[in-house]
Design a protein around this ligand. Sequence first.
Ligand code: SF4
Length: 431
Amino acid sequence: MKILVHVCCAPDAVYFLQRLKEDFPQAEITAFFYDPNIHPYEEYKLRLVETKRVCQNLGITLIEGEYDVEGWLKAVKGLEDEPERGKRCEVCFDYRLSRSIEYAKQIGATHYTTTLLMSPKKDLRVLSEVGSHLAKNFGIEFLALDYRKGGGTQEMFKLSKNMEIYHQDYCGCIYGLFKQKKENAMWDLVSFFGGRRPASKEEKLFIKEVRLFAEGLDLKCKEWDFSFINWKLLHASLKVGESSIPFLVQPFSRSIKGVLKADVEEVIQNTIYYNKGGLKVLLVQELKDMPLEEVSILSDPTFLVSVDYKEKLLQNRIRAELQAEICWDTSSVLLIGDANSEYMIGFPADTLQDGSGISFEQICRFIEDRLSELKEKRLSIALLGAQSLGRAGSKFLKERIGREPTVVADYRSQNALIPSKEDPSLANSYS
Ligand code: SF4
């Protein structure tokens, strides 16, 4: 018996696949992640990585299907306004299952099924009808398994919580997302300045990818989510006359209403104070973003500009635009290894406004290099979310486990610090 399982997401898969293994111990099971209905791509990747983690844990082979989002959009055209569980969802199931069954046929599977059957929000009857109807045409049997009953749903939530699986807060497609979150949906769809800004999907994905890698090496991992006050830059511009000035915005600067036209009021050392709206320009030797050690409660709109532009700024009227948002948000910390390890090294999981940050490859190399120390509890690694905004990740860890990393890697580690065995602050751990 060979079973192909279409997988929609990790929370739905975790219990379903475990039960399937128990109920069909002789079967060869292959999981197939085919979900071009998920938007945006970062969310798709996040659900895929978590599914990989579930399959890795259960020893099940996982195949990723094509992310043919355009084909899916064409299939549901005209059904955009349908409610969830309506006609669009039927087409969506049909689309995903029919391609899954084609793949099942291709690999010689005798049976197929889908983890969608596990979802409390999906109509089991509709899914069974669609699945069985498609199966007939391909000479494959559809397994309409109801693993929700008999406490299955509770078991699924329990397992999902134990494994600290990412839990999505919308079904998947752009239409469902807008219906559910209205104007807040933009935060799920848009990454305003690239990189992995605090509390972004990219930051979460990074943490999950590193976790998958570490668990693949049999390293113990623990992940926590924490709330913090986030500052998000939406739009900014700075002009003198008609020419744009390169700049960065100081985090926690408040928004400017419309376009602010202002003249220089005073220059004190490296700060130019303007005569309107509390606007300030800090002149810096090198224009690069720096992590905030502490969050200040002062929030005048503040731009960082290279000192090379000083003369130009002093001679002309400035025009500034700035739109930012402050909100409660959620970020995460991942601890790899033992919380009581002799030494702990921190890596920022987020990136700065200019995109600087630690790469996935750097962390993986570091983990591989220090594998024996990690396993011997001499060393642990903390991936710190929202670290650039007042060391949020470090502070959370201190509160949660009573200690902070011995040293935290620099955001610009390409040419600066990734803690090495020779690092004096870690010398004892390797002596
Ligand atoms: S709401 Fe969910 S099931 Fe329905 S069309 Fe969107 S992604 Fe598919």
